[in-house]
Design a protein around this ligand. Structure first.
Ligand code: SF4
Length: 209
């Protein structure tokens, strides 16, 4: 298989593959279905997670080649498993000569507080502009059924809702809560919950083979 990809271009952005670790095993996760590949990139880090300095050097190289509209902490994996790297990279990007012509976005499952054992929102505020949280269910039982959290994260649904609410109040440029479609979740109810928490709603297509 080809070398693992750490930074890749997709649409108008640069995406950072910081880790493959995640405390969930979502029924709809594409990483296993697509064999850790995305748009021709091999995102299987094989446990060799890149350092913040390596990521920054790859981002700089790409940004010198062509400007971007956003830089996204994405995956395959949950970026807040490597919160220190997210903060170091995000804070360095905010000093980049091209900033703020691009936004810094975090895609997350919303479990960052549980993963790190503290309220991470104030720290995130210093490093990212936009937070996109996967909400995916209108109640805890369905969340557990669809997201299949690892032991220790079974109560995560409340933590995710709390995280979304805190982000919405923290003054990021944008906070969205999303729901993958056609999983059995009631999209209208998830939208209502997202809006009640102060976030914008984003319905996401169920990606299949
Ligand atoms: S939270 Fe994201 S990376 Fe983790 S299993 Fe679910 S879809 Fe996959």
């Amino acid at each position: 298989m080809s070398e693992p990809t750490v930074v890749y271009r997709f649409k108008n952005g640069l995406y950072i593959n910081l880790t493959n670790r995640c405390p969930n095993l979502c029924k709809f996760c594409i990483k296993t279905k697509w064999h850790m590949r995305f748009e021709g990139y091999n995102l299987d880090l094989e446990g060799k997670e890149p350092s913040a300095s390596k990521v920054l050097s790859l981002l700089n190289e790409e940004m010198r080649a062509a400007p971007v509209k956003e830089v996204v902490f994405c995956g395959y994996g949950e970026p807040t498993m490597r919160l220190d790297a997210v903060l170091a990279i995000g804070r360095a990007l905010k000093k980049h000569p091209q900033y703020p012509s691009f936004k810094i976005r975090l895609n997350t499952n919303g479990l960052g507080d549980l993963i790190n054992g503290r309220d991470i929102v104030p720290e995130l505020k210093t490093a990212v502009d936009v937070v996109c949280v996967s909400l995916n269910a209108e109640n805890e039982a369905l969340w557990r059924e669809l997201l299949r959290p690892a032991p220790g994260y079974e109560q995560g649904y409340c933590a995710v809702k709390e995280f979304i609410g805190k982000c919405a109040r923290a003054g990021f440029d944008q906070v969205t809560a999303s729901c993958v479609q056609n999983t059995g979740a009631d999209e209208r109810a998830v939208r209502a919950l997202a809006e009640e928490l102060g976030a914008e709603f984003n319905g996401r297509e169920y990606l299949d083979d």
